[in-house]
Structure formats: structure tokens, C-alpha cells
Design a protein around this ligand. Structure first.
Ligand code: FPP
Length: 246
């Protein structure tokens, strides 16, 4: 195809877009199985989808997009599959560095990167630092991320600050605690999308998801298109958010 038809957005209310959309990129394995190709091919196709949806979110004017790329539990997968995802991350980061001026987004990582190779960690830090100048759109990649792990780490840091006399446990507020999470300074997600038909959070943004709208679709992530993303935004705009009120 020589050109891609722009996805129609005329029925979207551009004044009421979610500020933060988070996505559980699920279904790569089943997509690959259905095509009788290795699971790694599913993840590679998933990385392509990630590129397209990130561009779509940026062009719509959504300031924050967060993607669940690798969970604290994903280390249990076969070594070959884990190595393949690490390779994909490396390739993705190199392309991000190359295309940074064209793409103009800040990329940040949420998760504990210490088990990654020193080279990969250095690359993550380089991308994060050099893209910091782009402030209107931020893409967060959750890597070696777990919601419970994040909360436990935050609790540990808070306790350490209390022991150091910098904090008083009795005056801790929800907003203070949010400041100890990986997502400090990032608004909570308004919309969480999970493709591939599963209807669970799988340890994703447990604290931050308190009032997020949840949207699922049966489409596998590698098949998820701009049009599907817009459908999720449309569904979000039809919901009535009461945040516990009436
Ligand atoms: C879940 O699908 C997907 C993952 C665990 C990996 C997600 C990774 C990518 C989309 C590509 C990597 C991109 C970067 C930037 C690192 P699954 O394998 O659990 O699918 P299944 O439930 O159908 O088996």
C-alpha cells in the first residue's frame, strides 16, 4: 500500500480526550500460534503495533501513553522468548534514538531495570535522557514492572524516609504516597485497554488504576489498528465517570 488512509476522528470530542491511556499489549503468543509462526514473531509484530499506536496517540493529542511490555512474572517464560523480547527492546530503543527528532516524544521506563544487561540499561538511560526535551507527549514503557512490586518498593522508600526523620507516618496522604511510585508526577490513567479478550489487570498499575475506565476487545495486539484505538477512545467518551460521587 502506497499510503495509509487517515483514521476518521470527526466524531471524537477532542476537548475530552483521556489525558493518559495505558495498554496491556496482550495476545502476541496466540496471534503467532494462529499463524503457525514462533512466539517471537508475535512479539515482533506487537512491537510494530506499538509504533503505530504510539504515533496515533501522539497525533490525537493524548499527552501520556503507558505500555506494559514485560512484567516481573514474565521471567518465567522460556529463555529463548525472554532473550527475543530483550533483543526487540534493544532494536526499538536504537530506532527511537535514530528517529527522535521526527517522533518528538519523551520515553520513560517504569520498572526495575537492574536485571537487564549493562548495555541495555545504558541504552534505556540514553533514550530517557536525550528525549527529556520533548515535553508534550510521554511514552512510558513498563519493563520488569509489577504493580505489587512497585507498591512494596514505594512503602520501603517511605519507611526509609521516616527512619531518616524526613517523613512522619501519621501525615502520609494518598498524594504523598503516589510520589514514591514509578509514576511520580504522571497523572493516573483515565483509560486502560486490554486486547485479546482477557478481562484482568495482571498486576498492571494497581494503585494508579483506581478510577480508570477499562476497555477490552477480542483483537490480538499485533492486529490492533489505529481504528481499534479510536474505538476505545469513543467507548471512553460514552462512559460517565463519577469517581465515587453521583
Ligand atoms: C503478552 O502477550 C506480551 C508480552 C509479554 C510482550 C510484549 C512485548 C511486545 C509487544 C514487544 C516488545 C516491545 C518492546 C518495546 C520491548 P503474550 O505473549 O502473553 O500473548 P498470549 O497471551 O497470546 O500468549
Amino acid at each position: 500500500m502506497l499510503f495509509r488512509k487517515p483514521a476518521p476522528t470527526s466524531d471524537l470530542d477532542l476537548d475530552h480526550l483521556p489525558r493518559h491511556v495505558a495498554i496491556i499489549m496482550d495476545g502476541n503468543g496466540r496471534w503467532a500460534k494462529r499463524r503457525h509462526v514462533p512466539r517471537g514473531a508475535g512479539h515482533a509484530a506487537g512491537a510494530e503495533t506499538l509504533r503505530r499506536i504510539a504515533t496515533c496517540a501522539r497525533d490525537l493529542g493524548i499527552p501520556y501513553l503507558t505500555l506494559y511490555a514485560f512484567s516481573t512474572e514474565n521471567w518465567k517464560r522460556p529463555e529463548e522468548e525472554v532473550a527475543g523480547i530483550m533483543d526487540l527492546l534493544e532494536r526499538y530503543l536504537r530506532e527511537t534514538l535514530r528517529d527522535m527528532e521526527k517522533n518528538r516524544f519523551h520515553m520513560a521506563f517504569l520498572g526495575d531495570l537492574t536485571p537487564l544487561s549493562p548495555e541495555l540499561r545504558a541504552l534505556c538511560a540514553q533514550v530517557e535522557e536525550t528525549s527529556r526535551v520533548y515535553t508534550s507527549y510521554q511514552m512510558n514503557i513498563c519493563f520488569n514492572y509489577g504493580g505489587r512490586d512497585e507498591i512494596v518498593r514505594a512503602a520501603r522508600s517511605f519507611a526509609a524516609d521516616c527512619l531518616a526523620g524526613k517523613r512522619d507516618p501519621a501525615s502520609l496522604t494518598e498524594a504523598d504516597f503516589s510520589g514514591y511510585l514509578y509514576t511520580a508526577g504522571i497523572p493516573d490513567p483515565d483509560l486502560i485497554i486490554r486486547p485479546s479478550g482477557e478481562q484482568r489487570l495482571s498486576n498492571f498499575l494497581l494503585w494508579q488504576a483506581a478510577y480508570a475506565e477499562f476497555y477490552t476487545t477480542d483483537i490480538y495486539w499485533p492486529d490492533f489498528k489505529e481504528q481499534d484505538f479510536l474505538d476505545a477512545i469513543r467507548a471512553f467518551q460514552r462512559r460517565s465517570r463519577r469517581f465515587g460521587g453521583t
